[in-house]
Design a protein around this ligand. Structure first.
Ligand code: ZN
Length: 275
């Protein structure tokens, strides 16, 4: 990535960050910030082997999906990466589908590298990292960072242990040898324990399997069902995502329990969420 492009990405990440709620150093809840920006964010446990996330444009909406079968800190990075695609590569350039390769330092694709850089700058901007090390890590200048310090950084910036290490290395705060040592310390002590020992946010290290789908999607699906655009079993599958059954929404269904003959007005206002 050329120097001028890097600067452009830092500026865009900074602009987006200004719209986010930030605690002292880190963004508090990037999912909520996306919703405030008008993005439709869907979180669903697609499975460990499935893609980590994607972003696409549907009608006038920007839709961002993240797989909740990864650790929360990882999922937050995926979200930041997808925001990068939206901001850097334009809504016209969507969709992007991301997996463990595209969301990693190993990707050789220029757009993927840019989205990863955007995510790093959004979650851990250089000046905030500097300030945190200066004010919160008392021994930073005298001695090396410990794995507990990394857990503190994780917790403040809502990032994974590995992400914190890579970012610190890229910012020249640790060298490669230190990163490798901190990584083996992590493997020995385990991230969950490190987070507990610094009173950090243990949830970051947990696979949440959360289901979080905007309620308006349920409205779309019921609308389509009422207009015979989707069959009953599709409606049932979607309702399951909300932990609802047909009985729970029966008062909103026109063709109660599948009389599918009387209305053939299947305008395609909305597609099938489960396609
Ligand atoms: Zn990507």
């Amino acid at each position: 990535m050329q120097g001028s492009r890097g600067r452009e990405i830092r500026i865009k990440a900074d602009e987006f960050r200004e719209k986010c709620k930030v605690s002292r150093y880190g963004i508090v809840n990037l999912f909520k910030d996306c919703e405030r920006q008008g993005y439709k964010v869907l979180r669903y446990p697609l499975g460990e082997a499935a893609d980590l996330g994607f972003t696409l444009k549907k009608d006038n909406d920007v839709v961002i999906f993240t797989n909740t079968c990864s650790r929360l800190s990882r999922e937050i990075f995926t979200l930041a990466h997808e925001i990068g695609h939206v901001i850097l590569h334009g809504e016209e350039g969507l969709p992007f589908i991301d997996d463990k390769i595209t969301i990693s330092g190993r990707s050789t694709d220029e757009k993927e590298q840019e989205a990863n850089y955007f995510a790093a700058c959004l979650l851990m901007p250089a000046d905030e990292v500097e300030r945190f090390l200066d004010l919160k890590i008392t021994s930073f200048l005298e001695q090396r960072l410990s794995a507990m310090d990394i857990a503190r950084i994780m917790s403040e910036f809502n990032v994974s242990f590995d992400m914190a290490l890579y970012r610190l290395e890229n910012l020249g705060k640790i060298n490669e040898g230190e990163r490798l040592m901190l990584n083996s310390e992590k493997n020995l002590k385990r991230v969950g324990n490190l987070l507990k020992s610094v009173g950090g946010n243990s949830r970051l290290n947990v696979v949440t399997n959360d289901i979080d789908i905007p309620y308006e999607y349920l409205d779309y699906v019921i609308y389509n069902y009422n207009h015979n655009a989707i069959p009953k079993d599709t409606l049932e599958r979607v309702l399951e995502c909300y932990q609802l059954s047909l009985e729970d929404v029966s008062d909103r269904l026109v063709n109660h329990f599948g009389n599918e003959e009387d209305d053939d007005d299947s305008d395609d206002m909305i597609g099938d969420l489960t396609e």
